[in-house]
Structures are given as structure tokens and as C-alpha cells.
Design a protein. Structure first.
Length: 456
């Protein structure tokens, strides 16, 4: 097992990895920007080393500085968390060249699945259902128009690299296509250094269902059940739950089979997530595979009892999976809410600032993942998510009630958050009944914000 691991990330995921390493008796070295010198992860890690100024491009994306620091502190492995360099094949290669284990799949797998169009082609080859779309990359706007005419509007233009909703545009009519194509390409180029695009038929009002995968170096690949991540705003997830209430037994079985085929197609190693859309007719389609730990992994941990980060580290060290597929049990229901420093009344604009007062919820079945503390500074340089609240209960309705109570208890003062907004979502009949889809917040967000203002 590793003696010392570098954590190349920040915030709550850095805390999550550091805590896991402590439990395993592994020392940690946290790579921090100048902005993050006084954060909780920096204080909690065995060592902290500054790798550059506040902008991520000069610190958390600075591969040379991270590799140099890892070598200087004699780290045998690097955990990249999610975001930043977690799906960067070149970084994984640099780690290998320098004798450092990258805690994740190898560069070849990252490249295969990171290029969304190449992944689509691979899935089609292995009989995994994919959304109808372009065969290969789009050459230009004129080519995009031809493909759209063939598959029919509305369509979705998507970045071939990256994720998180960047480089993505919905096109409902031919008149919108050229502008959308140019905007998506420019955004993808700025975010991922790759402006290549492809096209898919837009599945209207889908559910976003994903399957957690674990694979070891011995060739064992298992799934850990599914998550419903349909509660989204502008392609950013806000509430996730496991298991997915909308699936029948036969759908669930077929989904698991497709996810295992997808992972097996690349001989997947480490933790990964196979993402699907489920249409209104009950058919599902592969959309992408994320080759890293997901933000929402705790809901899967809650219903399976499996520590996914611990498995990541064990797999990277050459150990076999600690659980067999036949041993997997899904127990109860789990829900996660992402708490963001943002102002819903100002179109969810980021709300950085200092935490003047903080109280996190607790109790049986309540878990908080955060790097916050009273007096902490929420930086304008990074993602606005400041905490995740996860609850687990014997059934879905009990989990909803537990989450309501947890959000009632949580207090964050000094900046604006989406706490009240999420709380109101938990009372909406569409959410309570489990009939919601990815278009839910586009339909109800304004009304929820108005109700919140009236209540205050």
C-alpha cells in the first residue's frame, strides 16, 4: 500500500480523500494555490505545498508544478479528485513517466472515453445503445446542418472533450444552428483546449441515470447500482438520489448489463460512471463515461456501504476489489443536495465571501461533505459548490423528510446560498412523486424563487 499520496485538488473532495487516507494510515500532501493556503484541507493534510497563484490555470492545472511537488515530497501516487486534471490523459501519462501512480484509469482509457464521439463509436461497436447522431465529428456548420436535417430537430451540439455542460447547445430550429455551432466550439476550445464538436438527437424531457462502475487490475468489473441525477439546472446537477425510482426491474437489469459492456469495452480500471438518458418511452441510451470519482458518489456509498475512494486507492495499489457482484446489496434510499454559494434571485450568480456563521446538520443517516468552517473564505476563483448534504433512510419518502430536516438545520451566514431553493424543491409534487426529469427546474425554478421571497 502507498505510504504517501498527493491530493491534487481542493475543497470538499480534497477533504474526502484526505480523510480516507488518514483512515488507511496513508500520509497526504495537499497541492494548494496561494488562495487556498489557509483552507481546512491545507490544515488537515499531513503536508501542504503551494503550487501557484489563485487562478486554476496557474495552480490546479499546472501539471509541472504538481509533478515536481509530488516528487519533492516522495509521493508514490496522486489522487486527482474530480474536475481539474482528473480526466486529463496527458497528466496521467506524466505521472507514469515520473514513476508516480495516477489514482484512476490509465491514459489510454481516459482518451478513449474522454473523446465523446470516439466513445459513441466504441459503444455502438459493443452493442451499447447510443443516441442517434453524427457519425464522427462535425466538420463545420454546413455539415452540422446536414446531420441535423437527417436526424431531425431538436438536436444537441456537444463538445467532443470535457463535460459539465460546457460546449453544449440545444438547437430547436435550423435558423439557430450556425450561431449555436460557433458558440459551442468557442466555449469548448476555451474550456478544454479542443473545439471539436459532434451532434446528437435531443431526447426531450429525459431522465439522467448513471451507473457506478469499479474495475481492478485483475480484470474484475462490477457495478454499484444506479443514481438518478435528473434534477439539473443548465446541465449542472443539484440533487441526486439512489436508487432511481423510475426504473422497472427489467430496465434496471438491462441498464446494468449495458454499463458493464461499456466498461468491459475498454477493460476499465478504477472508479468510473457510465451515464445514460432514459426517454419518455422507457428506452435508454449511452451518453458518456466519466473516468473519475463523481461529485455524487456518496449516495452510492450510502446505499451499498462501499467506500468508493478507498476502493480507488486499493485498486491503484494493485489490490483486488473488496466486494464481488454477487455480494452487492442495495439498502434503503439516499439523497444528496449540492449547496452552492450562489444567489437564486440574481439568476444564480456566484456569491463568494466570508462565512460569518456556520452550522452543519447532523444526526442518524445525515452526512456532510464540506471544507467549510466558521470564518472560512469562499473564493471567487473556483466552483461555487461549498457543501454536499447526504441523507440515508429505509425508504425514499423517509429520506426526503430527513433531507428537509437537515436543510432546515443548516445555517450559512455571510453570503447567499441555494439552501432555501433546494428546500422548496423537496416539497414540489413532481419531486415528491418522483415524476421529474431534466426539464423540471427550467419549468419550476422561477416559481420556486418567488415562493421563497414571499415566505421571507
Amino acid at each position: 500500500m502507498f505510504k504517501r499520496i498527493m491530493v491534487a485538488n481542493r475543497g470538499e473532495i480534497a477533504m474526502r480523500v484526505i480523510r480516507c487516507c488518514r483512515e488507511m494510515g496513508i500520509e497526504t500532501v495537499l497541492a494548494v494555490s496561494e488562495e487556498d493556503r489557509n483552507t481546512l484541507p491545507a490544515q488537515y493534510s499531513t503536508h501542504a505545498v503551494c503550487i501557484g497563484p489563485a487562478p486554476a490555470s496557474a495552480s490546479y492545472l499546472n501539471t509541472d508544478a504538481i509533478i515536481s511537488a509530488a516528487k519533492a515530497y516522495k509521493c508514490s501516487a496522486i489522487h486527482p479528485g474530480y474536475g481539474f486534471l482528473s480526466e486529463n490523459a496527458a497528466f496521467a501519462e506524466e505521472c507514469e513517466k515520473n514513476g508516480i501512480v495516477f489514482i484512476g484509469p490509465d491514459a489510454g482509457i481516459i482518451r478513449q472515453m474522454g473523446n465523446k464521439q470516439a466513445a459513441r463509436a466504441l459503444m455502438k461497436k459493443h452493442k451499447v445503445p447510443v443516441v442517434p447522431g453524427s457519425d464522427g465529428l462535425l466538420e463545420n456548420a454546413a455539415h452540422a446542418a446536414k446531420v441535423a436535417k437527417k436526424i431531425g430537430y431538436p438536436v444537441l451540439i456537444k463538445a467532443s472533450s470535457g463535460g459539465g455542460g460546457r460546449g453544449m447547445r440545444v438547437v430547436k430550429h435550423e435558423s439557430e444552428l450556425e450561431k449555436a455551432y460557433e458558440e459551442a466550439g468557442a466555449e469548448a476550445g476555451a474550456a478544454f483546449g479542443d473545439n471539436s464538436l459532434y451532434m446528437e438527437k435531443l431526447i426531450l424531457n429525459p431522465r439522467h441515470i448513471e451507473v457506478q462502475i469499479l474495475g481492478d487490475k485483475k480484470g474484475n468489473i462490477i457495478h454499484l447500482g444506479e443514481r438518478d441525477c435528473s434534477m439539473q439546472r443548465r446541465n449542472q446537477k443539484l440533487i441526486e438520489e439512489a436508487p432511481a425510482r423510475c426504473l422497472s426491474k427489467s430496465q434496471r437489469s438491462a441498464l446494468y448489463s449495458a454499463a458493464l459492456k461499456a466498461a468491459g469495452a475498454v477493460n476499465y480500471v478504477n472508479a468510473g460512471t457510465v451515464e445514460f438518458v432514459l426517454d419518455e418511452n422507457g428506452s435508454f441510451y449511452f451518453i458518456e463515461m466519466n473516468t473519475r470519482v463523481q461529485v455524487e458518489h456518496p449516495v452510492t456509498e450510502a446505499v451499498t456501504g462501499i467506500d468508493i475512494v478507498r476502493e480507488q486507492i486499493r485498486i491503484a495499489a494493485g489490490r483486488e476489489l473488496s466486494v464481488k457482484q454477487s455480494e452487492l446489496k442495495i439498502r434503503g434510499h439516499a439523497i444528496e443536495c449540492r449547496i452552492n454559494a450562489e444567489d437564486p434571485e440574481k439568476n444564480f450568480a456566484p456569491s463568494p465571501g466570508d462565512i460569518s456563521f456556520l452550522h452543519l446538520p447532523g444526526g442518524m443517516g445525515v452526512r456532510c461533505e464540506s471544507a467549510l468552517f466558521q470564518g472560512a473564505k469562499v473564493s471567487p476563483y473556483y466552483d461555487s459548490m461549498i457543501a454536499k448534504i447526504i441523507v440515508h433512510a429505509p425508504g425514499r419518502m423517509k429520506a426526503i423528510k430527513k433531507m428537509r430536516a437537515a436543510l432546515e438545520e443548516m445555517t450559512v451566514e455571510g453570503l447567499s446560498t441555494n439552501l432555501n431553493f433546494l428546500y422548496l424543491v423537496l416539497f414540489n409534487p413532481g419531486f415528491v412523486g418522483g415524476s421529474y426529469n431534466t426539464s423540471f427546474l427550467a419549468k419550476y425554478a422561477d416559481a420556486l424563487i418567488k415562493w421563497d421571497k414571499r415566505a421571507r
